[in-house]
Write a protein that binds this ligand. Structure first.
Ligand code: HEM
Length: 157
């Protein structure tokens, strides 16, 4: 039976060890999640702008995100194994990501997560956790662009 108490207990476990990785179905489950995520990005009109920020062939993007999420969820560090170290805000600094782009990305994730055989508690936990790096990407990128504008304005004076 799903009770409020159980939901709280489950959510508390997810951040520990590889609990989230296992709840997401391990490498195979995460690959399925990422495949759905990019399918939605290709299909949803709200995601057109962020889709066009990607290379035409999404195979490497699918591989990179799936590998990254394995490690991020407490499983094996598959991204680092193949592609080396990564910092998520820095990896997006060349892209113009504001609230609309952040929300489009999260919408694709919300839909993809909804298609997985996850418990409601894990779905909720995962989406709340994903908001954190998505928002960080927006904040760091916006601050960088504002600084560039200020520097350009000063240079022009
Ligand atoms: C905030 C909304 C986001 C947008 C619009 C976005 C968009 C993109 C785009 C366009 C790329 C491909 C970049 C390129 O090939 O030049 C990319 C790469 C990537 N993204 Fe995101 N992303 C977002 C959030 C996230 C989040 C929250 C994560 C992790 C939880 C993430 C993980 C990655 C990874 C691992 C790569 C591969 C980076 C690389 O190897 O260069 N992204 N993203």
């Amino acid at each position: 039976m799903i009770t409020h108490q159980n939901v709280l207990k489950d959510s508390a476990q997810y951040g520990t060890g590889d609990a989230s990785y296992r709840a997401a179905g391990g490498r195979e489950g995460i690959r399925q999640l990422v495949d759905r995520f990019y399918d939605y990005m290709e299909a949803l009109p709200q995601a057109r702008r962020i889709l066009h920020m990607h290379p035409d062939d999404l195979s490497e993007s699918r591989d990179k995100l799936a590998r990254f999420l394995c490690g991020w969820l407490g499983g094996p560090k598959l991204y680092n194994e193949k592609y080396g170290p990564i910092r998520i805000p820095a990896a997006h600094i060349h892209l113009e990501i504001g609230e609309a782009e952040r929300d489009a990305w999260l919408l694709c994730m919300e839909k993809a997560v909804g298609d997985q055989p996850y418990s409601p508690a894990f779905r909720d936990y995962l989406l709340r956790q994903l908001f954190i790096p998505a928002e960080r990407i927006r904040v760091v990128g916006t601050a960088r662009r504002e600084k560039q504008h200020r520097d350009t304005d000063c240079a022009g004076n």
